[in-house]
Design a protein around this ligand. Sequence first.
Ligand code: C2E
Ligand code: CA
Ligand code: CA
Length: 768
Amino acid sequence: MTRTGPVDAARWYVAATVAVAVLGTGWCVAYLTVGAGSEAIAYVFVPVGGALATASIRRLARGGAGRRFWRAVLLAMGAITIGYAWLAVDMITHAAEARTRSTPVPAAACVALGFLIAIWGLARVPVAATGGVERWRMVLDRTIAFLGCAAALWYVGPAPMLSAREPWSRQAILLVGLGFVVAVGAATKVSYIAGGPVDRVAMRLIAAGGGVPAGVVAVLAVQFGYIASVPAQAIVMPLAPVLLTLGVAAQGRADRGLRRDTGGAGVLLPYLAMVAVDVPLVAVAFGAPLRWPVRVALIAAVVVTALVTVRQYLAYRENARLLENTRVQEERLQYEVSHDGLTGLPNRALFRDRLAAALATAGPVSVLLVDLDDFKTVNDLLGHGVGDRLLVSVAGLLRAEAGDAGLPVRVGGDEFAVLLAGDGAGPEDLAGRLLAALSRPISEHRLLVQASIGIADAGPDATVDSVLLDADVAMHTAKQGGKARFMRYADGMREPVLAYMQLGGELRRALENDEFRVVYQPIMRLGDNRLVGVEALIRWHHPARGVVGPAEFIPAAERTGLIVPVGRFVLRETCRQAAAWLAEFGPDALKEAGLNVSARQLHDPDFVAEVASALADCGLPCERLVLEVTESAVLRGRQVSRALYELDRMGVRLALDDFGTGESSLSLLRAFPAAVIKLDKSFVDGIEIDDGRPAAADARKAVARAVIQLAHALGLDTVAEGVESAEQVAVLRDLGYTVGQGFHLAEPMTADGVSRLLARQQSGALHL
Ligand code: C2E
Ligand code: CA
Ligand code: CA
C-alpha cells in the first residue's frame, strides 16, 4: 500500500466534497422533476460534506505554520457538521412534516457555536506587525470595510428574511447572519495577513465558503420562500465544504512553499465597502415609495459618499505614486552606495555583505583577489583617461569570465575580486582563465596588463576579514613570486607577507627617525688598486634588527613610493660627501661618485630638478655624479626617457647597472645616453675557472669580452662588478677591463673609511 502525500490527500478531499455536491445536485434535480423520494433527504448532503471537510482540516490543525487558526476552524467545522447532522436526523425521523419543521434548537445552537468559534479563530489570526498611526489606520480601514460589507449583506440577507411574507424561523435568520459575519470577517482580514502563517488564498476561500452559500440561500429564500430550502440544502450549502477543502489545499501548498504570497496592502477594500453601502441606498432611493424630500436627501448622501470615495481614491493613488518614487530613488541610492561608479561592478561594501552572507551558509566559499601589475605605470605614462578605460575593460573581462558562478567586484583602485560561493567551477580554473584572458591585449589601446591573483578558501570558522586577509596575503605572495600568476593561500604564508606589508609603515618611521645611513664601496683601478670612484649604498640602522641591507627594504620602499624621499636622502648625502672629499683631497682624489636610482624615482617629475639642486647646493660638478639605473628602469616609457636625456644634457653621467642580465641590453645602448657600463657580477663569477672544458666559464668570458669590445666601440667606460679574487682581476685585465668593484678590491665602508683610504692613497702618491 502506498502512503498518500499531503498534496494527494488534500486533492482527495476536494474531489470527495465535489462528489457530494454533485450527488446533491443530481438528487435535487430528480426530486424537483419527478418528485423522487422525500424532501428530508436534502438535509443529508451538508453533514456528509461537512464531515469530509472537517477530516481534511485535521492535518493542518496538527502541524504547519497556521495551526492555531486551523485548530479553531477544525472545531468550528466539527460543531457545524454535528449541528447539520442533528438537523438531518431530525428531518428524516420526521420526514412527513419536513416542510413545516423549523431547525431544532440544539442543532441551531451547535451550528451557531461553530460560527462563533470560526469568528473567534479569525479574530486571532495575526496581522502584519505595524505600530502607531499605521495601526490605527488599519483598524479604521477594517471597521469601514466590515460595516460596509455587513450593511450590504444585511440588505440582501437577514433584512428581507425578517420582513418576508412567510416569516423565517429565528434560528435560520441567525445562522444566515452568522455565516455572513464569518464571510465578511475573513474577507476584510485577508488584506492584512500577508506574510503571516495563514495563507491568504485559503482565507479567501473560507470567506467564500461562509458568504456564497449564505448569500445565495438568503436570496433564494426571499424570492421563493420555503420551497427554496430543497435546492438550498442539496445544491448551494454543499458548496461550503468544497470551498473549505480547497482552502485546506491552498494552505498546504503555501506551507510547502509551492506558492509564494505576494502580499498586497488591501487598500482598495474600504473603497469597495463604501461603494457597497451605497448599493442599498441607491436601491431604496429609486425603488421604495418615498416622499421626494427624503429621496433627494438619500440621493445627495449617495452622491456625497461616492464623491468622497473617488476623492479618497485619488489621494491614495497620488500617495502610492509618491511612495513608488521614493522607493525608486531609494533603490538608486542603494545602488550608488553599493556599486563602483566607473565600472558598475559591486563595490567593497557590497562585497563584504555578500561574503558575510555566503559565510553564513554551509556551502564552500572562495575569494579571488585580482590586483593589476604595474597599473600605476599605465596611469603615469598614458594618463588617467586611458587608465580608467583599462579598468572598465578589465571589469568586463571579469564579468565575462566569472559568469553566473561568481560575483565580480571592484575592491578599489586597480584591485578586483571575485566571490565564488557554492560548488561550481574551482577558483583555480577561474584564475587560470582570467590570466589567459589578460594575456591578450585589451581595451582600444591594445594594452597588455597582467595581474597577480590570490585565492583564499573559507575554512570552518572564517570571518570576512580573515578570508580577505588570506586572499591579500596570497596575492602579495603571487606578486613577490614574479607577478602574472595566481597563488592559493597556504599556512605559513601570512608571516612573511605581513612583515613585508608592515615594512611600509616602518620605513616611514625610519625616515623620520634618521635611521638610514649611506656606505660607500670604492671602485678601483685594476692593477694598482687606486680608488677612482665610489658607489653609494644605503643601509638601514634598525633599532631592533641592527643593520638591514637594501635588498630587504628597497622593494617595499618602491611599492609604497617611499623610495622617492629615501632616494632624495641618498642623493643629497652622496653629493655632499663627494664634494667634501674633493675639497679635502683635491680634484684628483676621486673621479666620480655613483648612486642607484630606481624606476619610481625616474618617474617622479621633480627628479631632474632635484638632482640639479643637490649638485648646486653642494657645489659638486655635474660630471662627478654617476646615476646607476637598471635596464628595466630605463624601459619605462617616455617620461623616464626624457628625464634620462635631460640628465645627460646637464652633464650627469649615467651608468647601466647589472649590464647583461636584461633582455635587450645591446639595443638599449643605442636608445639611451649611457656613459658607463657595469658588467653584472654573474659574468664575473667563476670567470677565472679554466679546466680546459668549454663550459659555463667560457660563456661568461665570452659575454665579458663582448661587453668590453662594445664599450670600446661606443666609447663607454666599464666597471666589472662583484670582483672577489685576484684571479678574477687577472682574467678581467686580460680581457681589457681596467676598473672593478668587489669585496676583493674593497668592501662597502663608511665615509670615514673612504676618507682614510683617500688619505693613505694621497700620502702613498706623495711617497712615490
Ligand atoms: P647593486 O647596484 O648591484 O649594488 C652592488 C651590490 O653588490 C651591493 O649590495 C654590494 O654590497 C654588493 N657587492 C659589491 N661587491 C661584491 C662582491 O664582491 N661580492 C658580492 N657578493 N657582492 C658584492 P647592497 O649594498 O646589498 O645593495 C644591493 C642592491 O640594492 C644594489 O645592487 C642596488 O640595486 C640596491 N641599492 C643599494 N642602495 C640603493 C639606493 O640608495 N637606492 C636604490 N634605489 N637602490 C639601492
Ligand atoms: Ca649599483
Ligand atoms: Ca650592480
